[in-house]
Write a protein that binds this ligand. Structure first.
Ligand SMILES: [Zn+2]
Length: 462
């Protein structure tokens, strides 16, 4: 532990200037956030002309009807327009809020509200919770019309929306309630650890965040998800037999197999697994089962189980722990820095002893460019994992010595094409746009990959 703390202290020493020098942090944050937004707009503008292409890529042409291609181009184009508008609109809004001292106003307002019910400024944690909710509510209101437009106009026009206005409102209220019920104790504990552990908070906070993630793995499917969707045990039949037998052969600790009524909101489809290492649950969207045959859904699950086989979720978790560690290791220098808060319009009295939550929020804004770079890395890693899982499905016949699985790659390919067609996913993709945004390789890339894996295992056999 001492080794860790002396290294952390060295980092703080290098960053000591933050606490003293009157840097114009607001200008930095404004430039960074505009920089990232303009970069993302540039990527959208690179992608945009591709939606006007008249022919699909040769590799996909045999699988896409002319009308499907045309529909997907139209859907993609409209989504891109909405994305461009939303991006600029949100940026202008955030920028204005930042410029005119909105954060300082929220802190003050939360203090005044609590003051009225008898809690003074010595209740920092309480005021921080009030501050966070106020900030969240007030800043999410202006983007509400965007979300309404995208659900009831854009998705509706292309036949995806299944959400009714009643369901939309109920979903929103429920997610606010979930935010308050789970968010407040989390935030309270998070802030309490800072106070309690002082400058040695890094390992404690990491342990806390990790435990919280573990608890959520347990609570999300059992408590939160049932608020929004119904999970029912998958009916007996061909698909259940196939999935159970596949899980058995791979020694995947399958506890429950569910189907989920994803069709309640949208006709986009999927499948996933979750749970603790010794007890896992598989969930299949009803939409996926409607669109694909049992052997194809089995191939989709073979891909999903490839993620489990190669420990992909665990690896992602380890990477994200490093990410959290980096953030926390840099943070102390920004924690006791009056000039930082002063440059965001906080009054002298508040800046002199910066509230942890405020310092953390500003610190996160300062990290925007770093976060953009990290997200490129994470997407790259995720795409690698997708290749691995596709290859796993393709080679399953050799791994398990099952002749019956010899067409697993083809089945997966067919399922991916169906998913792509039904979701009207984008067909032509700009490489830079994809490298930045996509956690999955494109359909063309995946189909080519599946062919290559199949060819290379046949070669090995000869
Ligand atoms: Zn995957």
């Amino acid at each position: 532990m001492d080794f860790l703390h002396s290294n952390l202290a060295a980092i703080q020493h290098k960053l000591a200037f933050v606490a003293i020098e009157p840097i114009n942090w607001k200008l930095y944050v404004q430039s960074f956030s505009w920089g990232v937004t303009l970069w993302e707009c540039y990527l959208l503008l690179r992608q945009y002309p591709l939606y006007s292409k008249k022919e699909p890529p040769p590799a996909l042409a045999p699988h896409l009807g002319a009308d499907v291609f045309e529909k997907s181009q139209k859907y993609g184009k409209e989504k891109a327009q909405v994305a461009l508008f939303s991006k600029l609109y949100s940026q202008v809004l955030d920028s204005l809020l930042l410029q005119f001292g909105f954060y300082a106003w929220c802190w003050d307002a939360s203090g005044r509200i609590l003051g009225r019910v008898g809690y003074g400024s010595e209740y920092e944690i309480l005021q921080s919770i009030g501050f966070s909710f106020l900030l969240y509510f007030v800043s999410s209101l202006p983007t509400l019309p965007l979300s309404i437009y995208s659900t009831f106009v854009l998705e509706e026009r292309h036949g995806f929306n299944k959400t009714t206005p009643g369901l939309f409102v109920a979903d929103m209220l429920k997610s606010w309630a979930v935010g308050i019920v789970f968010g407040s104790p989390f935030l309270a504990a998070f802030l309490y650890i800072f106070k309690w552990a002082g400058d040695r908070f890094v390992p404690w906070l990491m342990a806390f965040m990790l435990s919280f993630q573990m608890i959520m793995v347990f609570l999300y499917p059992t408590v939160i998800q049932p608020l929004f969707n119904t999970l029912t045990p998958l009916k007996d039949g061909e698909l259940r037999n196939r999935v159970e037998s596949l899980a058995g052969k791979l020694k995947f600790p399958l506890k429950h197999l569910y189907e989920i009524d994803g069709s309640k909101r949208s006709s986009h489809s999927n499948a996933y697994f979750f749970g603790l290492p010794w007890s896992k649950h598989i969930v299949i969207f009803d939409t996926l089962m409607e669109q694909s045959s049992p052997p194809e859904v089995e191939a989709v699950l073979a891909h999903e189980l490839g993620h489990w086989y190669y420990f992909h979720p665990t690896k992602m978790m380890v990477v994200s722990q490093f990410h959290i560690f980096t953030i926390l290791a840099l943070f102390p220098a920004f924690l006791h820095a009056p000039p930082l808060l002063r440059s965001f319009d906080f009054p002298k009295a508040v800046s002199a002893q910066p509230p942890t939550i405020v310092a953390f929020l500003i610190f996160q804004m300062i990290l925007t460019p770093l976060e953009a770079v990290i997200s490129i890395g994470m997407n790259g890693l995720s795409r690698r994992f997708e290749w691995e899982a596709d290859r796993f499905a393709c080679e399953l016949q050799d791994t398990l010595g099952e002749e019956e699985m010899k067409d697993m790659g083809e089945r997966l390919g067919r399922a991916l094409i169906t998913l792509h067609v039904k979701n009207l996913s984008t067909v032509w993709v700009d490489w830079l746009y994809s490298a930045y945004h996509h956690s999955h390789p494109t359909l063309t890339e995946r189909l080519k990959g599946l062919e290559t894996y199949q060819a290379s295992r046949e070669k090995k056999k000869d």
